[in-house]
Design a protein around this ligand. Structure first.
Ligand code: GAR
Length: 228
């Protein structure tokens, strides 16, 4: 796989960090990039211990220690830039970012969200899928733009909703799929196969008219199939 020279990822998160762990495992093995560091906005995030065990640098930019969003985001940007990152991954980072902050990292920052966007932006996505009687649920990886969970969707993974599912079972089953979708999508980005131009997504220089589906358009290592 031909990847960007010296690709360095920074992962922003708020909690457990299982998606970070999946990226770390891929980085240790086949991804062709290193995780330069993780940044948590919460000092109690279990992911901070996880990073320590992996030998990965971590920084906490505690929202509670900043009087307002502007100063918090200035510290966050300084932490990101301190890692000299080429790409920024939001993996369970539970804060809304300002338009100015997002623009600063335009085209370099992606987010994983537990729904088939544009359905269910925001919180409680599993329960909302159940309440709507959806036959299918899934996760999406998208470029981050100023609109919350609203940036162009690069890739998705889908799964059926089963008759006995509740929000917890949906979340657990989907998380295992998220752990495949995120490294695969990151691999696509590292190969510069996906680009954001004037707000539109291009894959191998062709405009993308639907998100790439893991399993049919995209394999677990970010390789595109003939279908695309
Ligand atoms: C994941 O399910 C991720 O999709 C979701 O938070 C969870 C983080 O889990 N993200 C969002 O809801 C963002 N809007 P993790 O900390 O174990 O990776």
């Amino acid at each position: 796989m031909t990847v960007t020279q010296d690709a360095r990822l920074v992962v922003l998160l708020s909690g457990r960090g299982t998606n970070y762990a999946a990226l770390q495992a891929a980085a240790n093995d086949w991804l062709g990039a290193r995780i330069a560091g993780i940044i948590s906005d919460r000092p109690t995030a279990p992911a901070l211990d996880l990073a320590h065990r992996h030998g990965t640098d971590s920084v906490c930019v505690d929202r509670g220690q900043h009087p307002d969003r502007t100063t918090f985001e200035a510290s966050l940007a300084a932490a990101i830039d301190g890692f000299e990152s080429s790409h920024i991954v939001l993996a369970g980072f539970m804060r809304v970012l300002s338009a100015d902050f997002v623009r600063r990292y335009h085209g370099k920052m992606i987010n994983i969200h537990p729904s088939l966007l544009p359905r269910y932006r925001g919180l409680h996505t599993h329960q909302r899928a159940l309440d709507a009687g959806d036959a299918e649920h899934g996760a999406s990886v998208h470029f981050v733009t100023p609109e919350l969970d609203g940036g162009p969707v690069i890739s998705q993974v889908r799964m059926p909703v089963l008759p006995r599912d509740d929000a917890a079972s949906l979340s657990e089953r989907l998380l295992a799929l998220e752990h495949r979708l995120l490294p695969s999508t990151m691999a696509l980005m590292l190969q510069s196969l996906v680009e954001l131009r004037d707000g539109e997504l291009y894959v191998e220089n062709k405009k993308l008219d639907h998100p790439l589906q893991l399993g049919s358009d995209l394999d677990d290592r970010g390789r595109l199939t003939e279908r695309v």
